[in-house]
Design a protein around this ligand. Structure first.
Ligand SMILES: Cc1cc2nc3c(=O)[nH]c(=O)nc-3n(C[C@H](O)[C@H](O)[C@H](O)COP(=O)(O)OP(=O)(O)OC[C@H]3O[C@@H](n4cnc5c(N)ncnc54)[C@H](O)[C@@H]3O)c2cc1C
Length: 471
């Protein structure tokens, strides 16, 4: 029988996986390889499958020596130090260490299932040593995993939203679909992403500002599964306003704009708010270490809008965004095009220029070329904005994914409010990322968390079903 002829509601599945992104596919494949019957449900249509995973480029992996896809070494200690620095210690130490340790296996595991890697791309985020890049990006990676999963007999249903998780004291009896049918399985793995596409839920943490957020990824991660779990006594983890958010071009679409709308020009000019005033040190640190704070910074400004202003020289220092910059030969003209007060913008830039140190700047190092006498100062790469044409990029907060999720243990079992594990519920990926990421972000760790916990969830489910697993 073709798999699309199977009546999924009349079949009792060993393992039900909710969400066909990286985490869900790693879980489904692991369970299927152990001999489980596996159904994967995804609310997106087939051509939009793979949630936020479609947009990814790489994953961060520990390695003690160069591998076929990673250069030099990236020790466990260094990785853990990096994580502690960005999260400021808000992480579950034992789960975090386990995740980083297991990250070492991921490229080999994925490679054996058809995923191909490529040398790191050059650009502003220099990650060649620490991160393995997917050849063809996240979509190609997903297609390989889907093909492998289908070959193992995993059944996929797209356009199929899980609207409720049917729990009885932490035991999942099944799930209800959008059309009110029920699907049952012995083990259920929640990999349905965060709630970043649910602006009303985001408003619980951000207030009305959330309506001005642009969602960089899938419109389908609305947190329906997460909400249903939390409403039924599952232990939450993480704060509602913690997320990964970057500054993206305000002209990007509301959903699914992906990586190309990111604006990398911040360190090479000034950023002003709608009152044409600067509000933060644009040169605080190298951009790969700072890009993920600018979403929050812009979100805190009036009407959640900002503008990067650079001149001809600055514009040559970063990778352009997909949108054509707004430009004019005079600052006054640019201010008019950006709807900023020309006088105030002129004054902001004049003051900035007057506070800049002698040229030149060196963008390859933290050059300490700082302004003096401004509030806030720009502490590196401060060069006058003086050579026309002048360029402006409007900025909005672009939310990548949320961190509030369900608490899990080291077998990827979902925990009840009192800390006891559910007998048959597991989670992986964004929906539990807050166990590792209390705040902050380390580029590439989203896919690492999903890969490690996806494999754990699929392996734990299979083991509890007494199915053979090498995991
Ligand atoms: C633009 C962008 C670039 C990124 N780049 C990187 C990168 O290079 N490296 C990195 O590590 N991370 C990156 N991330 C983060 C990364 O995408 C996520 O951490 C990772 O993909 C999460 O995987 P997941 O399987 O948990 O969720 P997803 O891949 O989002 O999959 C969740 C799936 O669940 C489905 N779903 C949701 N609700 C339901 C429901 N109720 N019923 C059924 N199905 C449902 C969705 O349709 C979706 O297919 C990026 C994110 C974005 C947006």
């Amino acid at each position: 029988m073709y798999t699309d002829q199977i009546n999924i509601a009349e079949t009792h599945w060993d393992v039900l996986v909710i969400g066909a992104g990286n985490a869900g596919l790693c879980a489904a494949i692991t369970a299927a390889e152990a001999g489980c019957s596996v159904l994967v449900l995804d609310s997106a249509p087939r051509d939009m499958r793979g949630g936020n995973t479609r947009h990814t480029r790489n994953l961060r992996a520990q390695h003690d020596a160069p591998t076929d896809v990673l250069t030099e070494s990236y020790s466990l200690d260094e990785y853990y130090d990096d994580l502690l620095r960005v999260t400021k210690g808000v992480t579950n130490e034992s789960l975090a260490k386990m995740t980083l340790e297991k990250s070492a296996e991921l490229t080999g595991w994925l490679g054996a299932r058809g995923v191909r890697f490529q040398p790191a791309l050059t650009g502003t985020l220099n990650l060649g040593r620490t991160n393995a890049f997917f050849l063809g990006g996240g979509r190609a990676m997903l297609n390989s995993l889907c093909r492998h999963a289908e070959g193992l007999g995993v059944v996929f249903r797209y356009d199929t939203e899980v609207s409720a998780m049917n729990l009885d004291d932490g035991f999942c009896e099944g799930v209800t679909l959008g059309d009110n049918t029920e699907v049952t399985a012995t083990k259920v793995i929640a990999t349905a992403g965060g709630f970043e596409a649910n602006l009303d839920w985001l408003a619980e943490g951000w207030g009305d500002a959330a309506q001005n957020f642009l969602v960089r990824g899938t419109p389908y991660n609305k947190g329906v599964v997460l909400r249903s779990l939390l409403d039924q006594g599952i232990k939450p983890v993480g704060d509602v306003d913690q997320c990964h958010a970057v500054a993206i071009d305000a002209r990007a679409p509301k959903y699914d704009g992906g990586i190309s709308s990111r604006i990398d020009g911040v360190p090479f000019g000034v950023v002003v708010n709608k009152h044409a005033k600067r509000f933060y040190d644009e040169g605080e640190d190298f951009w790969p270490k700072r890009y993920a704070i600018w979403g929050r910074l812009v979100a805190a400004q009036p009407d959640q809008i900002g503008y990067v202003i650079v001149d001809k020289i600055g514009a040559g220092r970063f990778m352009p965004s997909v949108f054509t910059p707004i430009s004019d030969d005079t600052l006054e003209g640019l201010a008019g095009l950006l709807d900023l007060d020309p006088q105030t913008l002129g004054q902001t830039v004049d003051e900035f220029n007057a506070a800049c140190p002698p040229a030149p700047i060196d963008q390859s190092i933290l050059d300490g070329k700082a302004t003096s006498g401004l509030n806030p100062e720009k502490t590196n790469w401060a060069a006058p904005i003086a050579v026309p044409p002048f360029y402006g990029f409007p900025l909005r907060p672009g939310i990548t994914f949320t961190y509030m999720g369900v608490a899990v243990n080291d077998k990827a079992q979902i925990l009840m409010a009192d800390g006891t594990p559910s007998p048959n519920l597991f989670a992986a990926g964004e929906i539990m990322a807050g166990n590792i990421l209390g705040q902050g972000y380390l580029a590439g760790i989203g896919m690492t968390i999903g890969g490690v916990f996806g494999r754990l969830a699929g392996g734990s489910a299979a083991r509890m079903l007494n199915k053979g697993t090498g995991e």
